[in-house]
Design a binder for this molecule. Sequence first.
Ligand code: PEP
Ligand code: MG
Length: 594
Amino acid sequence: MNEEVYVNKALKGIGVSSGIAIGKVHLLERGKISVDKYSIKEDHVEREAQSFRNALKGAIEQLSTIRQTIADDEIRKHTFIIDAHMLILQDYLFINDVLDSIRQRKINAGWALDIVVSKYLASFEKMEDPYLRERGQDIKYIYERLVRILVKGKESDIHGKGLKGRSIIVAHDLSPADTIQLNLSKISGFATDVGGKTSHTSIVARALEMPAVVGVGNLTSLVKNNDTVIIDGEDGIVIINPTPQTQKEYLAKHEHLKGQRRDFLRIAKLKPETRDGFRVKVGANIELLAEMDIVERYGATGIGLYRTEYIYLSRKTLPTEMDHYHIYKKLAESKVLEYITIRTLDIGGDKFASTIEVPKEINPAMGLRAIRLCIKEIPLFKSQLMGILRASAYGPLRILIPMISGLDEVRTAKSVIRECMDELRNKRVNFNKDIKIGIMIEVPSACMISEVLAEEADFFSIGTNDLIQYTLAIDRVNEYVSYLYEPLHPAVLRMIQRTVEAAHKAEIEVALCGEMAGEPLYVPILLGLELDELSMNPYAIPRAKKVIRGLDQDYCKDLLQEVMSKESAKEGEILLRREMSRIFPHDFIKGYGE
Ligand code: PEP
Ligand code: MG
């Protein structure tokens, strides 16, 4: 436990979502909680029994508050799960089992709970019926809630309900699901010990426009609740207990960024076209339906990537075909967007949903993720595809298949889509039979056979977050290797170039939808590579448009040649920064001490 009080202490992390936030720290315990196990004296038995009863009461109170505060009608339909959990918490047999264990074995409440729950779980695991077996998961949730209360006296409050004023979440790590639950009216930013720029948690932070810094090292051990911190998501800095002077400087930076945003909204309306007339589509990447309004305001041509995993992460039961349909229909009905690309489920890697069982893997990024999981769990895949197809009758939807590593996967995915089409035809349901089916190029093998894959796909979308991860062998959620994340690495540029050439030879379009697309510095390179679409976080669109409109494509092609002739990413970046700060003196700094 740290007792030292830091003043104006600046720590460097990775800025993953721009903006400045200043507030009081709200430390959040995440990850596995361990139960202390110890024997107790006879005269402490009743005290332990009482603390178990208090924990039960606390858990019931927490659950009923959660049930009352669910605002979303869709989610409210599923509150029966919360009811089921409350019933278990009041179950006479369960309560007595734990109390008997405390009294007879003379052990603390946490240990007794652990023994009883392990016994129940073992019985559930033996059940043949998969549905009943799955109910063991409910017991685990209840166990975790009770243990949190026993260990901490209260549950870590991700919603910031008990908070006065707006706070900053500080946690060792946050999952993407944690992040989408952050209460925007109570939480103004977050910082974590671990994490990387292209982790899905960081992507969600950008979607929510919440200033965030990840990979700060041992931040959680340096701050205490109620310390004041500044989060500078622009430069990746966290300042603990800033002096009044520092706070003043950051408030000025905050105002400056706000002013910049106003200018961007003006630019958002302009066409994404270079000075010599090359028109590139500027798409938006979204995670939540609620972002549609921002997408339209920030001037996207279409949606280049809808990460549908968040539909699964934000609910306790699997979405049905009709759940999918209603969501995609809302997207399809946009009057402004030229196309809407729905990526099929990409769960696994760094995203997990409690409703989808995936094996515990040593290396989930290379495991049963995305299309691999969908091909194994065909009903899961089909319910989403049927939803997309049904909604395709209402607007320009496209299907995008993630994590393709070889031709068979594309063929299998397409045959499942055909089966879905047949079923809908039999049911006389309308859908777009010519819906475009694209694939993500994000595994190096897919890039190397892109000319073969181009014959099977209607379009490509290059996912550089994963392509860089797999090409350079750097785990995208690991801050220790994030310095190796180099979009300008010659290997990465050659892969993109190869993919674009293959696509254009087969006369199909190719987009780039990794985080690289939203970095203004890389825009000239991507224009030089002749990508047809750049798809990015919607807030990044105006800045990208500004850069596109200030360049000539011919110049970009020459610059690309020069950058590609460099032997390392560092040399390429120096050249690129020099050029961009020359052309846009107010928007780019030279960098690398020039
Ligand atoms: C990518 O890999 O670049 C991509 C866009 O997909 P995701 O970040 O969701 O893996
Ligand atoms: Mg990816």
